[in-house]
Design a protein around this ligand. Structure first.
Ligand SMILES: Nc1nc2c(c(=O)[nH]1)N[C@H]1C(S)=C(S)[C@@H](COP(=O)(O)O)O[C@H]1N2
Ligand SMILES: [Mo]
Length: 260
């Protein structure tokens, strides 16, 4: 993530955020600032992708007209993220991590098992063929990175809440904490309400093909109501827990809530 910079031509990122804050209704402003006041959060709120100064203006116009629908999306964690037709898919879909693609984990699908830990009745590990047998659904949604870019993609997999039910997870626990295969470690906690959101998915395919290495083979967690860094790729384990265990970007100051 740090290696890529997304400079927007003719737009001063900090000024744009400052201007947006000025025009926000009070309640949204407080929430936006508490959430880290990032360009990514603005993109999430407005659905506008800022690529140049005219889209920055369109975004500002939207912010000043924030309506009930937007408020619902921010204040109601159960609100649905927008879905799109296949024709809206961004090609090629970007790869992003805190390293280059060459250094991405190269997981052997035959050896890999998803480990299940913590407050669950059944702690059995799951092989890929076992997971592939679960019912799968396809969603075309927008992925929004805190760095200020977004892209629309097609992800297929099993709703995480169905899996949590299947393994007898304690749904009253506070978090599901994911650990990934990245060599220096990557992890991220997801609040239980978002883990149970109907669009939160254990993803096995991108664009109807087995998830490529770039996008997190063999499994990522797709969370369209949260910013990109809350979508862990190369997942190796999930733990249902009441403890806040921190996360790769969360520990560096990004707000753990980061989303609706
Ligand atoms: N394991 C792991 N998951 C990760 C990351 C990472 O570095 N490692 N980066 C996050 C960030 S910041 C983004 S924007 C998305 C990028 O996903 P993509 O490569 O499929 O676009 O993955 C997220 N999940
Ligand atoms: Mo990101």
């Amino acid at each position: 993530m740090a290696k890529r910079s997304f400079l927007i031509s003719g737009v001063d990122k900090r000024l744009l955020i400052k201007d947006s804050i000025k025009t926000m209704p009070d309640v949204i402003r407080r929430r936006f600032i508490a959430g880290g006041a990032s360009l990514g959060a603005l993109t999430l709120l407005t659905g506008c992708d800022v690529v140049d100064s005219s889209s920055a203006e369109a975004l500002l116009a939207k912010v000043s007209k924030f309506n009930d629908a937007v408020q619902d999306f921010i204040f109601n964690p159960d609100a649905l993220a927008p879905t799109f037709p296949e024709s809206a898919i961004t090609k090629p879909f970007p790869f992003n991590a805190y390293y280059d693609l060459d250094d991405a984990p190269d997981v052997d699908g035959d050896d890999w098992k998803l480990e299940v830990r913590g407050l669950v009745d059944n702690k059995k590990s799951w092989t890929l063929p076992e997971l592939y047998k679960l019912p799968q659904f396809t969603q075309v949604t927008r992925h929004i990175c805190v760095e200020g870019w977004s892209a629309i993609g097609s992800w297929t997999g099993t709703p995480l809440r169905d899996f949590l039910k299947l393994i007898g997870a304690d749904m009253r626990a506070k978090y599901v904490w994911f650990q990934c295969a990245d060599k220096d470690g990557y992890n991220s906690p997801l609040d239980m309400r978002t883990a149970l959101h109907p669009q939160t998915q254990m993803t096995f395919k991108y664009a109807n093909e087995i998830l490529p290495r770039a996008y997190g083979f063999p499994m990522k967690i797709r969370v369209p109501t949260k910013l990109g860094f809350k979508n862990p790729k190369y997942v190796v384990s999930m733990e249902v827990t009441n403890d806040y265990k921190g996360g790769y970007w969360e520990d560096q100051g990004y707000n753990s809530f980061s989303g609706s």
